[in-house]
Design a protein around this ligand. Structure first.
Ligand code: NAI
Ligand code: ENO
Length: 307
């Protein structure tokens, strides 16, 4: 792959930014890489590891002359960063983000984008429970989808360039509208995280089962929940606060289904349980056949460095 952007600036140097930097370097997609992070400790790690060509002290410095600016901060911080960098963006550049929620990010960022700057939101559907500048790896996006989520019309040339960039990072790219994105992701990613957080919380609250028993006898199902429930608290707090409508809708349905299973168990309705579990088993098989198996190489690969 050849170079797609001459200068790329990453704001926020965590799992996603560091993975994009490693993958982009390996594929030769980006010329000069500038990065910045809010914490001095993260900037120091980035310098020590040579993660970026230039580690800037501020976001304003980082975006100067950048052809592509990638916002890689928690969803709740996107608006503030956009406001800060807006007046300093190079005319004609592309600004994108990687936030897990799209409508709220668009509403927070778009008002700060000057005329002539292309704002094209995106979301890589790949991650791990690890965070920080040392948690990234070049293979993270391989064979995973990245959704490009423009709000209405965007410049086709700028869109196609961003698509090529993500393809170069290893992703399959599709375009989706923001409202649909937020509902789909609530079902496939956000609600499962909330349920995992809850299940691990329940185990923790159940005083008749000791912590050591939870650790010693934890079976695969619970282990999977604990991995997900170890995800970054700031990131996930922001996801739920910024995708409220879809959270309410899917959580309402989840509670209804759970209660219908509860009733079936109380009444001894084995047929209902069997049919339900047969239907859900087919979904898992469908995912594996589509090559989207969760045992694919993205999980647990990061070094897990925390900021
Ligand atoms: N972790 C995951 O599995 C995935 C995360 N995302 C999205 O990517 C974005 C970044 O996530 P990660 O790389 O996992 O996070 P991370 O926690 O590894 O890194 C976040 C970076 O943002 C900076 N930051 C935090 N709060 C800030 C603030 N208030 N102002 C400025 N900078 C701030 C931190 O210093 C850090 O450099 C989030 O919006 C998240 O929703 C998208 C796909 C997957
Ligand atoms: O680690 C997991 O199980 C994930 O689901 C990763 C993930 C987390 C957040 C996203 O917005 C996209 C992907």
């Amino acid at each position: 792959m050849s170079r797609i952007y001459e200068r790329v600036a990453y704001i926020g140097l965590g799992l996603i930014a560091s993975s994009m930097i490693h993958a982009g370097r390996r594929a030769g997609l980006q010329g000069e890489i500038t990065g910045t992070a809010r914490s001095a400790e993260t900037r120091a790690i980035a310098r020590e590891d040579g993660l970026c060509d230039i580690v800037a002290e501020t976001a304003v410095e980082a975006v100067k002359d950048a052809d592509l600016v990638v916002l890689c901060v928690p969803v709740g911080a996107m608006g503030r960063v956009a406001e800060e960098i807006g007046p300093h963006l190079k005319p004609g550049c592309t600004v994108t983000d990687v936030g897990s929620v799209k409508r709220a990010v668009i509403d927070a960022v778009a008002p700060h984008m000057p005329e002539g700057v292309h704002f094209i939101p995106a979301h890589p559907l790949a991650g791990t429970e690890h965070s920080g500048p040392r948690s990234g790896f070049a293979e993270l996006f391989q064979n995973r989808y990245t959704l490009i989520v423009p709000d209405g019309d965007v410049d086709p040339a700028a869109l196609s360039r961003l698509e090529q960039f993500w393809v170069g990072l290893g992703a399959n790219v599709e375009v989706m509208d923001p409202e649909h994105h937020d509902l789909v992701l609530m079902v496939t990613s956000h609600a499962p995280h909330l349920i995992a957080y809850t299940m691990v919380g329940v185990a923790d609250d159940l005083r008749r089962v000791t912590d050591s028993e939870v650790i010693k006898y934890s079976a695969a199902g619970f282990r999977d929940f604990t991995r997900i429930a170890a995800s970054d608290p700031t990131m996930w707090r922001d996801v739920f606060l910024n995708n409220k409508d879809a959270t309410m809708e899917i959580l309402g349905r989840f509670i209804e289904e759970l209660m219908s299973l509860q009733r079936a168990i109380r009444k001894g309705d084995g047929d209902l349980l069997f049919d339900y579990f047969t239907r859900t088993r087919a979904i898992r098989r469908g995912i594996i056949e589509a090559g989207q198996d969760t045992d694919a190489p993205d999980f647990g690969r990061g070094k897990g460095a925390k900021e």
